[in-house]
Design a protein around this ligand. Structure first.
Ligand SMILES: [Zn+2]
Length: 313
């Protein structure tokens, strides 16, 4: 069965200035690799709708949401934090990025597709309840998880985050909140210098030292994430799929390769098969080395589709 691939032309309209690594070319690089790998034939493409204010406010403070609408510039660039800005296309991009994850949840819950990947930008996992930061405006994956709980009434949802940066925004949302589990790997110490220290039991943080590679990732997934996920028995799994831990990505110093992303995705899919009728919604976070990003997304999609796929990908 085909899996969903959800994006929006609006996501290409967000630009943060010349030379900014979080650029529209990232989505082009992914599309190029979908075609050249042949995996595009087993995807069902959907256009993302815009998220509603009500959907955003399940995660974000209403005043913060209002401020993002108010600060959206008609011309030029509006700076929200040292590395996060808005241009005239940013608000629409951010609404469609969050809307893509909402739509993915709707389609997976309806049984239209077993799982879905959202190729969206801006990314989301650094966005806190009332703060934009780290290239992120709205916390797309948390908004999707909250939709699964709030709209569909799921009792337990899990977020898995393998971006090279700690998802402080997702942790901020999940921390101590019933019905959510967050498993996260990230380079540490590293931006945003969070994710260590005393944490409640529904946050499983797995920091990795600079230079760590796939062997270290696989060990921590097997030793910490999988037992926690099996114990929690999530009814839907969400993935903050950041590919900036790839060895070719000079944003950080982890050394993952495509096969590591395929492997971790297969393990996530097995958990989803055991507890969640296979339901997975994944959304793009980081990944800035364009070729490695495209190849890694293909590996992630292969992991979502599974070894039983008849398609030779
Ligand atoms: Zn990142």
């Amino acid at each position: 069965m085909s899996i969903g691939f959800i994006s929006s032309p609006a996501c290409a309209g967000h630009e943060m200035g010349d030379g900014h690594p979080e650029c529209p070319a990232r989505l082009d690089a992914i599309r190029d690799q979908l075609l050249s790998s042949g995996i595009d034939f087993v995807l069902r493409h959907f256009d993302a709708p815009a998220a509603t204010r009500e959907q955003l406010e399940r995660v974000h403070d209403p005043d913060y949401v209002a401020s993002i609408f108010e600060r959206a510039p008609e011309t030029g660039i509006e700076r929200l934090d040292p590395d996060t800005c808005m241009n005239p296309g940013s608000l629409d991009a951010a609404l469609h990025a969050a809307g893509a994850v909402i739509s993915a949840v709707d389609r997976v819950m309806a049984g239209e597709v077993p799982s879905a990947f959202c190729a969206v930008r801006p990314p989301g996992h650094h966005a806190e309840r009332d703060k934009a930061m780290g290239f992120c405006l709205f916390n797309n994956i948390a908004i999707g998880a909250a939709h699964a709980r709030g709209h569909f009434g799921l009792q337990r949802v899990a977020i898995v985050d393998f971006d090279v940066h700690h998802g402080n925004g997702s942790e901020d949302f999940v921390k101590g909140r019933d019905g959510y589990l967050l498993c996260s790997s990230f380079q540490s110490p590293f931006y945003p210098f969070t994710g260590t220290g005393e944490l409640p039991g529904n946050i499983i943080n797995s920091p990795l030292e600079a230079g760590a590679g796939g062997a270290e990732l696989r060990r921590l997934v097997e030793e910490t994430w999988l037992p926690a996920l099996d114990d929690f028995q999530p009814q839907m799994l969400f993935v903050s799929a950041g590919f900036d831990g790839h060895r070719e990505d000079d944003m950080a110093q982890l050394r993952f390769v495509e096969d590591d992303y395929r492997w971790v995705t297969e393990r996530i899919r097995e958990v989803a098969d055991r507890h969640a009728d296979g339901r997975i919604v994944s959304a793009l976070e980081g990944g800035y080395a364009l070729s490695a990003l495209g190849r890694s997304v293909v590996a992630h999609l292969q992991g979502l589709i599974g070894a039983n796929s008849s398609h030779p990908v």
